[in-house]
Design a protein around this ligand. Structure first.
Ligand SMILES: Nc1ncnc2c1ncn2[C@@H]1O[C@H](COP(=O)(O)OP(=O)(O)O)[C@@H](O)[C@H]1O
Ligand SMILES: [Mg+2]
Length: 417
């Protein structure tokens, strides 16, 4: 039997919870033997930021990146590692840099998805330099903001074209709020988007490789209460449509670790936010779903490296547009075509086989870890780092309860009781 050593790199910001979990599970997993009898051994390392020679070879086979969206140095390091060294990246820094929320809206509108009506409006306060002042003076057309809002219809959302983390997002119910929000937008470039008012369900899907967890979400709750433990809150067809939308976005842009927000009203699925370079995977947000997320990250990481999956930087835009532009296909038929292409991109079938035949022991590994003292220590440390002291006891009990529920459900699923 031959051996193959793989090093997984984590490019991290301020998070400690999921990286600690990921490291623990990879180390407990042990070698993974592929179909040809090769044993794949894994190690994980946190990547540090330092000068790099453009021709130096990184030691990593795969990098999970949580940093490059915000900082230039790691972003450019990732691009070098992608272009020169074929390092497998979650995610592509190229499309996340160039395809902001705005471009992602455009592409998915072209593909026929039901993104609410959206208008990009010019800066309230243009960039402050003389050349732009000249351009603005000469070429900026006056426009009637009220007329745009009335055409879209209230209520509306005003939000940055490249938004994230709800920064600068406001709900607009009338003219006064419209002008106040626009005045406050300053130098941020904003969308005006028709609200999906009175939606039935907010479904937030987290996708990792070909796996998607669709979770019931409530944006009006405080952070710890936004995801609820709910199964079967969408009918089968709507659930499948929601999964397909997330997978399509990801295959289209080559994003392999991303979240997708959809609002569902009267059975219609409206995608509103699906370009999240650094999707929320915090223990205190995901709670019950946290073990799934870590397992999915481990599975996809192992699959990509053990099978030698090549990173794919090239997009297949035209193939998707060819489907989009067909007039003989309904929305449902187009979604089916996209789903086939997305599953091809993610090798969904081969991945399922691999997980079943090569990674069957991961469930046990995760279950044992979550039941044990190391996980409990992580839970306690995370609560202490996240909440003020007078809330520690309450939240430690709260999260222990949710993870205890996961352990019991998992035991039922694995037929242990
Ligand atoms: N068109 C819309 N209809 C209803 N709610 C919306 C709409 N757009 C945004 N929202 C609300 O505002 C929140 C933040 O907007 P979003 O587009 O997700 O921005 P961000 O990228 O900052 O997360 C959403 O989670 C949702 O609650
Ligand atoms: Mg959002």
């Amino acid at each position: 039997m031959s051996d193959h050593q793989h090093l997984i790199g984590l490019l991290l910001g301020t998070e400690e919870d999921w990286p600690t979990a990921f490291e623990a599970i990879v180390r407990r997993l042990g070698p993974v033997v592929d179909g040809r009898g090769t044993a794949h051994h894994y190690d994980v390392e946190r990547i540090t930021i330092e000068p790099f020679d453009l021709c130096s070879r990184p030691r990593y086979d795969l990098v999970i990146d949580r940093l490059a969206y915000w900082y230039y140095h790691p972003r450019e390091w990732l691009k070098k590692a992608a272009l020169m060294d074929d390092v497998y990246l979650l995610n592509s820094p190229f499309t996340f840099q160039s395809m902001e929320k705005h471009a992602a809206y455009c592409a998915m509108l072209r593909l026929g998805l039901k993104v609410p009506d959206t208008v990009l409006i010019p800066y309230k306060n243009p960039p402050d330099h003389t050349k732009y002042a000249y351009t603005a003076e000469k070429y900026n057309q006056p426009f009637d903001l009220d007329a745009i809002a009335e055409r879209l219809g209230y209520p509306l959302f005003m939000k940055p074209y490249d938004g994230g983390a709800w920064v600068g997002v406001s709900m607009i119910r009338d003219r006064d709020e419209l002008h106040r929000a626009y005045d406050e937008s300053g130098q941020r470039l904003m969308h005006l988007q028709k609200a999906v008012a009175g939606y039935d369900v907010f479904a937030r899907s987290l996708s990792i490789g070909p796996e998607t967890m669709v979770m019931k979400f409530d944006p009006d709750q405080p952070m710890h209460g936004r995801y609820s433990v709910a199964h079967g809150f969408l009918d089968a067809a709507t659930g499948d449509e929601t999964v397909t939308i997330g997978r399509l976005v990801n295959a289209f842009f080559r994003w392999e670790f991303n979240s997708c927000e959809t609002l569902i009203r009267d059975g219609v699925v409206y995608p509103i936010d699906y370009a999240n370079a650094c999707p929320d995977i915090a223990l205190t947000s995901l709670h019950y779903y946290f073990p799934w997320a870590i397992k999915a990250l481990v599975r996809w990481t192992v699959y990509c490296t053990a099978t030698g999956r090549r990173p794919r930087l090239d997009l297949a835009t035209r193939r998707y547009f060819d489907i989009a532009d067909r007039t003989d296909l309904s929305y449902e038929e187009k979604l089916r075509e996209y789903r086939t292409m997305a599953d091809e991109y993610f090798e969904t079938e081969a991945y399922s086989d691999f997980c079943a035949s090569r990674l069957g022991h991961l469930d046990e590994v995760m279950h044992d870890w979550v039941r044990g003292p190391d996980f409990d220590r992580l839970l306690v440390d995370t609560v202490r780092a996240t909440f003020p002291p007078h809330e520690h006891d309450h939240f430690i009990a709260h999260y222990r309860g949710l993870l205890g529920l996961w352990v019991r459900d998992e035991e039922t699923r694995l037929n242990r009781v």
